[in-house]
Write a new protein. Structure first.
Length: 255
């Protein structure tokens, strides 16, 4: 039995991803996907919900991402900025499973396609780390989903620890959403390859022209350049350097 999740990148190309469910685990696990043409297995943002929900304009997905909590909003911003993340989809699958003689359904917060595989991410508040239900579910689903080529993770978010990281995300996304031309890319490439690392202050002073901040932020989003200090908002002294062909990698979750 095969399934697929289908998303849309900024270039408009749909990305089918097929997963084969092995027959010997079908009795324990089934995965439901959105209806044809749909994005989610359930609607997140509705007028009737008492719980506060938010929409986030994703640069990477070129659409609004619906978030059920502030923690999910943190995650969406980090996925948007992480150059190792190709795409991410909220509420994209529903997992039915049987544990302790009880049928259950779990709708993870995000399915994330990254450079090293496909992740199924559940976003929780850091105060839930010792929650026995979460621990049991994670222990049960991790090996089963692993046999399908899916990596199950629970990301615990302590929002106070992520304020600086979010400041960095906002700084980059503020300037990096607009496209840059090939001429601007070439000017940036020559500048970054010409000598020592540059700083965000250099971009503020217009080292690549009047759109220097936009060019540098866009290249940060695409992973073509890196910043040495990503645990704080971009400042004049923030050091920027080229990745020399290797996509920039930094763990924004390690706040």
């Amino acid at each position: 039995m095969s399934f697929e999740i289908q998303g849309r990148r900024r270039d408009g190309i749909h990305e089918p991803r097929h997963f084969i469910v092995e027959s010997e685990i079908q009795d324990f696990l089934s995965i439901r996907f959105p209806r044809p043409g749909g994005l989610r297995v359930r609607k997140v943002v509705t007028r009737s919900r008492a719980r506060r929900t938010q929409k986030y304009p994703s640069w990477k997905m070129d659409r609004m991402i619906e978030c059920e909590s502030g923690n999910e909003l943190v995650a969406a911003r980090i996925y948007d900025l992480d150059s190792n993340v190709v795409s991410f989809h909220e509420q994209a699958i529903a997992i039915r499973y049987s544990m302790a003689d009880e049928e259950r359904e779990h709708i993870p917060d995000f399915v994330v396609r990254a450079s090293d595989g496909v992740y199924v991410d559940e976003i929780k508040d850091h105060r839930d780390k010792e929650n026995p239900e979460i621990i049991a579910r994670t222990s049960f689903l991790t090996p089963l989903l692993g046999r399908l080529g899916l990596k199950y993770r629970v990301r615990f978010v302590e929002k106070s620890r992520y304020q600086n990281t979010l400041g960095f995300c906002r700084s980059v996304l503020r300037f990096g959403r607009s496209d840059i031309s090939q001429v601007e890319r070439e000017a940036a490439r020559r500048l970054f390859n010409s000598g020592p690392s540059l700083t965000w202050g250099d971009m503020q002073s217009g080292r690549i022209g009047e759109r220097s901040r936009h060019i540098a932020a866009r290249l940060l989003l695409e992973g073509e350049i890196c910043v040495a200090e990503h645990d704080r908002p971009l400042q004049k002294t923030s050091r920027l350097f080229t990745t020399k062909g290797a996509k920039g990698q930094f763990d924004l979750w390690a706040a």
